[in-house]
Design a protein around this ligand. Structure first.
Ligand SMILES: NC(=O)c1ccc[n+]([C@@H]2O[C@H](COP(=O)([O-])OP(=O)(O)OC[C@H]3O[C@@H](n4cnc5c(N)ncnc54)[C@H](O)[C@@H]3O)[C@@H](O)[C@H]2O)c1
Ligand SMILES: O=C(O)C(=O)C[C@@H](O)[C@H](O)[C@H](O)COP(=O)(O)O
Ligand SMILES: [Zn+2]
Length: 363
């Protein structure tokens, strides 16, 4: 088992990574659980079927556990499902000494984390990620749900008390979800670690390459990058915004696809290529976008997906992005790997590039 530590100005917590560690909750989380009155495991229907019994058994040595199941997928990051989770917290008799476990992917981490941040004005929670994507989402304390008008518009910063990442759970992950999670790893490499990016480009040419024995090595590097950024800027007043590379357009595409039409990672991959085009167009960089896109296309990312949607509508949605200010859309741009910066981009430039993408053009 590996252990990393995430430190912020206010707190610090362990990230345990290892095969089969879901069976060791009572021992690994003993110091946290021993103080608590009750635990509610929030999970989705798919993950519940596969892993909830193991986790209930594993925590039951320490304290009594309930399970709250929500439908699988992005649509559970909604007001309606959040309300149902709150009802479950009340009916299960959670008090201020209770704790929530988020058992699942990023959807569950964000939803259950937000429930923990707001139930009785805040109780602790533990992240138990089960997707590759959750190497990003389980660390850093961003929690929240979607609104019909935009992604993650309702939420709170609430750091977990611990992250327990059982990599054995990844063995049941569908290919689409491996691809989705890998996009966030690529993002970490693009914004912070050119050497890691080169290594990924040289070694990963298929989904099978992602799943192979090197996984633990790049999982750890990716989590460490996220932890470094969160340590420097917990609440996104500076460098943390760089973690949004690919997300300005990506979130708009997710919203337009009806939340779940495209996975988060697929949308982010298309958004990263788009951001490189914007960066070139504004004269900040000389990306060979075709070459960057080829690598992602070979891994199965639908890079041209934004061209299915109305440019006007995507721009309207991007105005609701949290980085926007006074109606101006702000992008994370990249001069070169490891050199991100924030820039306001005017709507005409965005419209042109979106239209060129529709016509199959790459800058
Ligand atoms: N808070 C953050 O910092 C942060 C960072 C990145 C992404 N996110 C959010 O994360 C969400 C996406 O997370 P995700 O990609 O993990 O999606 P997800 O949680 O919906 O999981 C994807 C699918 O895989 C299934 N699944 C999960 N674990 C499984 C397993 N081990 N075996 C088989 N099936 C399994 C789920 O039931 C679901 O159908 C988005 O809403 C995104 O906005 C948040
Ligand atoms: O942790 C962060 O900070 C991130 O931006 C990570 C992103 O991968 C993640 O998708 C996040 O939820 C996006 O944040 P948002 O503030 O744009 O909703
Ligand atoms: Zn993301």
């Amino acid at each position: 088992m590996e252990e990393l530590v995430v430190t912020t100005d206010h707190t610090s917590y362990p990230v345990f990574i290892g095969e089969g560690i879901r069976h060791q909750c009572s021992s690994l989380l003993y110091d946290i659980l021993k103080e608590r009155s009750k635990v509610l495991i929030i999970t989705d229907e798919t993950v519940a079927e596969l892993y909830a019994d193991d986790v209930v058994r594993s925590v039951s040595n320490a304290l009594s556990a309930g399970v709250c199941k929500v439908p699988s997928g992005e649509t559970s990051k909604s007001m309606d499902v959040y309300h149902k989770v709150m009802t479950a917290c009340i009916q299960e008799g959670l008090d201020r000494q209770s704790i929530i476990i988020a058992l699942g992917g990023g959807v569950i981490g964000d939803l259950a984390g937000f429930a923990a941040a707001t139930y009785m004005r805040g109780i602790p929670f533990i992240q138990m990620p089960t997707t590759l994507l959750a190497q990003d989402s389980s660390v850093g304390g961003k929690t929240g749900i979607n609104h019909e008008l935009g992604k993650n518009l309702i939420g709170a910063f609430h750091q977990p008390a611990a992250v327990l990442y059982d990599t054995e759970t990844l063995h049941t992950l569908p290919d689409k979800e491996w691809r989705s999670g890998f996009a966030e790893m690529i993002k970490h490499a693009y914004i912070k670690d050119p050497e890691f990016l080169t290594w990924l480009k040289e070694n990963v040419h298929s989904l099978e390459d992602i799943k192979d024995s090197q996984l633990l090595r790049f999982l750890k590097r990716s989590i460490a990058i996220k932890a470094e950024i969160v340590k420097e800027d917990e609440k996104e007043s500076g460098v943390r915004a760089f973690l949004n590379f690919g997300h300005t357009l990506g979130h708009a595409v997710e919203k337009e696809s009806g939340y779940g039409g495209m996975t988060h990672g697929e949308a982010v991959a298309a958004g990263m290529i788009f951001a490189m085009k914007v960066s070139n167009r504004l004269g900040y960089s000389k990306w060979d976008v075709t070459q960057e896109a080829e690598w992602l296309k070979a891994l199965g990312y639908p890079i041209e997906a934004p061209s299915q949607y109305s440019s006007h509508q995507l721009i309207e949605v991007m105005k609701n992005d949290k980085k926007a200010s006074k109606g101006n859309i702000t992008f994370v741009l990249l001069e070169k790997p490891g050199s991100p910066f924030l820039e306001t981009v005017d709507e005409r430039t965005l419209a042109h590039i979106l239209e060129e993408t529709k016509e199959g053009g790459v800058i």
